[in-house]
Design a protein around this ligand. Sequence first.
Ligand code: NAD
Ligand code: WQD
Length: 337
Amino acid sequence: MVVLLTGGAGYIGSHTCLELLTQGYDVVVVDNYCNSSPEALRRVQELSGRTLKSYELDMRDKQALKRVFEENHIGACIHFAGLKAVGESVSKPLDYYDNNLISTINLLELMVHYDVRSLVFSSSATVYGGVGEMPLSEEQSTWCHSPYGWTKFMIEQILRDTAFANQSMSVVLLRYFNPVGAHESGRIGEDPCGIPNNLVPFVTKVAIGELPRLVVYGNDYPTPDGTCRRDYIHVMDLARGHVDAIRYCDSHTGCEAINLGTGVPYSVLEIVEGFMRVNQVDVPYSIGPRRPGDVAECWASTEKAERLLGWKAKLGLEDMLRDAWRWQQMNPHGYRG
Ligand code: NAD
Ligand code: WQD
């Protein structure tokens, strides 16, 4: 089967490409490389020993996207493409609504037109809005605090409505918790532009000496060590979850939201100290004030993913921290060489 990956050159997309190719699927990628590099796809092909087809285009250009559907017999889509920086979305909300919503609507119109029935969407734990009982189950109510989050919230609703109106469709909304790590080869990984916002890429840049120190955002939260706790998930476990979701779509219809997390929370200090221990490298840090918008704790109920997809995370914190560091060391300037 041919799977179309929108945003397939990005961090999660490139790892999922590799997993799909390894499991025997054919892959077509569309990406405008606004936050990625074609080098990631070159390395995915090298690692898998297989080729994939790629198109450089902006998904808001519906005519260009239509050609992809005309030229390929697409059996399923995984929709990663989107802008994803929470802070930037607050200062540039229209960029986020324009890019993320229009891309999705174009994709859906073409899927309906070409009778492509399976769709897996990159949603986020951000739709839980930082409230609810831990572990967060998919039944919890949703709400958001940033334009980025609202794009996920709105797209989830657009997808539910589209699946309802097109009863042969199958849509899986994968709500990722905190993806980290890299492929064990160290050849593909996360390549953020500029100073990273997320914890693990920041830690790796401090460890390699590119940034002077990590500031831990607050140690006065109501958690065991006072720092925030999150559900970090290895990107290769996440990638495997997408392939399982594609398989699930083949034998179901309707729309399901499914968490992808490990169900085990770790604090910021556990991440930093774990990183130093596992990799035998120093990460200077200091305690700073809380970051606005952060919630104390957030972790997933994994019951639904196990029940519907037969999926469970296999890799642990040490794998995540070791693989993140290997990627950083082998690629100090990311894909820019
Ligand atoms: P990423 O930025 O590495 O990948 C997104 C890709 O989409 C990039 O390659 C980018 O160039 C491409 N893209 C963006 N707009 C496009 C457009 N209009 N046309 C064509 N290509 C376009 O991000 P990622 O971390 O791989 O995230 C993938 C998806 O998962 C995103 O939708 C993101 O919101 C979601 N997500 C990410 C995380 C995370 O922490 N990384 C967590 C939850 C959800
Ligand atoms: C993790 C913890 C910080 C940096 C974000 C998005 C979410 C989703 C995943 C897309 C927090 C602390 C961080 C630093 C720190 N993305 N931290 N110093 O905020 O849980 O989730 O990425 O959908 O929507 O909001 O992840 O990695 O930014 O932070 O102390 O320099 O690390 O306060 O407790 P977050 P993160």
